[in-house]
Design a protein around this ligand. Sequence first.
Ligand SMILES: Nc1nc2c(ncn2[C@@H]2O[C@H](COP(=O)(O)OP(=O)(O)OP(=O)(O)O)[C@@H](O)[C@H]2O)c(=O)[nH]1
Ligand SMILES: [Mg+2]
Length: 446
Amino acid sequence: MTENQMSGRPRAFLVGLEMRGYNPALDIEDSLEELGLLADTAGLQVVGQAYQRKSHPDPATYIGKGKVEEVEHWVNELGVDLVIFDDELSPRHQRELEGVFGEDVRVLDRTELILDIFAQHAFTHEGTLQVQLAQYEYRLPRLTRMWTHLARQAGGGAARGGAGGVGLRGPGETQLETDRREITRQIAALKQRIEAVREHRERHRAQRRQTGIPIVALVGYTNAGKSTLLNLLSGSKAYVADQLFATLDPTIRRVEMPNGQEILVSDTVGFIQKLPHTLVAAFHATLEEILEASLILHICDASHPNVIEHIHVVDKILREDIGITEIPAILVLNKMDAVGRDEQTTYEKLLADFDDPLPISAKTGYNIEALYGRMNEALLKYKRLLTVEIPYTKGDIIAQLYSDFIVLHEDHLESGIRLTGQIDLDKAYRYADYIAEDSDDLENRA
Ligand SMILES: Nc1nc2c(ncn2[C@@H]2O[C@H](COP(=O)(O)OP(=O)(O)OP(=O)(O)O)[C@@H](O)[C@H]2O)c(=O)[nH]1
Ligand SMILES: [Mg+2]
């Protein structure tokens, strides 16, 4: 027995297909390397890999016949437990391939692997519900087509069901039909429970808005250092690990900036290329939190050879899946302590290609003062110049006035106080009834 076999971790073989004319975020070798990290995070041991460039997938086996034979050879030679494909396989592909590699070998795809990792890393009630929903959504169509397949095997008319099929239904078919109905029921129930959690969360958010403290959201590719930065800023101990999707459940921490301003910093699930749609949809409630932010810090790992591709992947998910276009963002180039001579070209390209990125190191604290400065500058844009007139009878509001406004001008009139000053957008709604002059339209955000 080899040393690897003794380590006891299930042995995985990776397979990729690069289609011509299709423009993926990463080229096939980089994508497979990432798949290897995912496998590693999931507790598997990668023992080999193979890939192919082809104009389109083989309708039956996804990769071509010759490639299948090559993989089959390695599966036997290396004692492989799982063959993992870098793209989502159709139910047919999966079935055909399982037929080739035999009963002892599991065939799975990137989506299922990511779903497994999410399932391992979800700790909160909401996170668990969302992962379950994504898993059921992934399984449902596979079950359906498996049913068609088995039905066909059962032979002609018996399979088709309907009026003519009464009494001819095979037991397998009935079972799968039941499974399918059960999964559909589970999906509906999960959606309801997630909606309940979401409403609860929405109430929390409303309370948070009342406090008027601006939210800064950390977003970025998985493993970029978001949680490390959160810990540095807040002195807290969010979970940090050199693995993918270490963080799944959103965390929010109060941070006092050097100038005394309080902010809330939120950390959430990282992104990755080929992120399964079922996951994005299931995690919508979590991702919605980002929409509340006054400022986004887009954290990237400047020492990673694919950092530029990572940035584009994150931008695309923010824009297309979450619908974020308006929120100001700062591109933060993290892990500068690890940018050596080899990474210098990429670093220079980052500086040239993107709008005013900010190099830092969340590990050593390098340039964190500059980060605070940039955050402050961006948050100031979220203040508004407002003139309010408050009657002396409104004692409670007058009492709050001076902590909410940076006062520029103040008059004591006969009927009340007339005050002009800067106020956080989030707090301005408190004065909606007393506005005398407004530099801008407040209704949008109040
Ligand atoms: N060298 C170096 N390593 C860093 C730095 N910041 C974070 N890391 C390391 O990068 C790895 C990932 O850090 P995390 O903070 O867990 O990253 P994340 O973005 O929260 O990752 P996910 O939660 O998985 O999306 C850990 O091993 C950190 O120690 C940095 O500035 N320099
Ligand atoms: Mg994290």
